[in-house]
Design a binder for this molecule. Structure first.
Ligand SMILES: [Zn+2]
Length: 379
């Protein structure tokens, strides 16, 4: 496999990159003629770049199916296995890991129960588990672009710190200390921001033209604001902390130390901490006819509707739900939409409220994409 030529003009690199992206975005192999037609390049230009991408092992030949019959033309497609990325989500009791290929397909997933995640040895724990995970799946570490890690907390890249994670009970944890034991490039991101990035990836090209707000429902509640396909992080990297919007002044105690936050009413801790059962068990109980559970669900949906309507009032765009609680409340989405619509000052439609495509793995998907995107940008 040859290295891609790097001593080329910016214009030539641009052409090569556009061509790779076109092949990457095409679901089926595309012929040189199709590429030339779609991008407006001459056939010799396409030919030269295809030769270079083939020699570097970035694309491989495949058959273009012709509708008119006859001999199929040779086409080109991205070789999914050229590189891999890892996404890891750190939560209060677990590490969850996925390996993705260059096309963002999930290659492997693993969940590991943790004794505790207080931040002091998170890097070591990740390094040890990652080593096993890669070996179990025979991943050539030379092809691993990097390891993305999400935390449910405020991350300040400039100060190199996990400033605060009420869910994990962490404060001022150094990002470098987490990175150090991991023998690969490491990128650390807030879980909701990464989750939003995964949802953005799952949108069609047309849908990507619209901005959206992402509401992430897990043990904590977070979120992200995506404008022009990029997260709006805010002045202090704390945008989208929707879990700590006050919805009941002086209300229930929140993990953050304040009272009446959305998180205190609608997070999975309502089941796990308050009732001592899993979120799944709670919803099974609702289905089995428990009146107490039904009353609690009714309360949760009402408060969630307040939070969602507040987001709609503030941002006037689609609201995408994510996190494992969103998967469990999906059967109640029509009900939730009704409650949300009833609160809307300007209209009675709540179709803007949408279920996410990756309710349980969005954070890992999004943070793994960080390295894949970087790789594609550099072709
Ligand atoms: Zn709070």
């Amino acid at each position: 496999m040859e290295e891609l030529k790097s001593t080329i003009t910016e214009r030539r690199r641009n052409t090569r990159n556009k061509m790779f992206r076109y092949i990457y975005d095409s679901e089926k192999p595309v012929s040189k003629q199709q590429i030339a037609g779609a991008l407006g390049y001459s056939l010799p230009t396409v030919h030269q770049n295809i030769a270079e991408l083939l020699a570097a092992g970035l694309i491989r030949p495949g058959e273009v199916q012709k509708s008119t019959g006859g001999r199929p033309a040779v086409g080109y497609t991205v070789d999914e296995k050229i590189r891999y990325s890892v996404g890891i989500a750190v939560s209060a009791s677990q590490l969850r890991m996925i390996i993705t290929d260059i096309k963002q397909n999930e290659i492997a997933f693993k969940r590991i129960d943790l004794e505790s995640a207080d931040g002091s040895d998170t890097g070591e724990q990740i390094a040890g588990e990652l080593d096993k995970f890669l070996a179990e799946n025979s991943i050539d570490s030379g092809r691993l672009l990097g390891v993305g890690v999400t935390f449910p907390g405020v991350i300040d890249q400039e100060r190199d710190s996990i400033v605060l994670s009420p869910t994990l009970g962490m404060k001022d944890i150094s990002l470098s200390a987490v990175r150090k034991p991991i023998p690969f490039p490491v990128f650390i991101e807030n879980d909701s921001t990464s989750g939003g990035a995964a949802e953005w990836l799952g949108l069609t090209q047309k849908e990507r033209e619209e901005d959206f707000v992402y509401l992430f429902l897990e043990n904590g509640i977070g979120g992200a604001v995506f404008i022009n396909g990029k997260p709006y992080l805010g002045s202090c990297g704390r945008s989208g902390e929707f879990g700590h919007m006050c919805i009941v002044p002086g209300g229930r105690q929140c993990n953050c130390g304040k009272k009446g936050c959305l998180e205190a009413y609608c997070s999975a801790f309502r089941f796990t901490r308050d009732l001592g059962i899993t979120a799944e068990q709670f919803f099974e109980g609702v289905r089995a006819g428990s009146e107490d559970y039904a009353a609690l669900l009714d309360e949760i949906l009402d408060y969630l509707a307040i939070g969602i309507n507040n987001l709609r009032m503030a941002f006037d765009c689609n609201v995408i739900l994510g996190g494992f609680v969103s998967r469990l409340i999906e059967p109640y989405l029509p009900d939730l939409r009704k409650r949300v619509a009833a609160r809307n000052t300007f209209g009675d439609c709540a179709e803007y409220l949408k279920p996410g495509k990756y309710p349980t793995k969005a954070g890992m998907m999004g943070v793994a994409w960080h390295f894949t995107e970087q790789f594609i940008n550099e072709i």
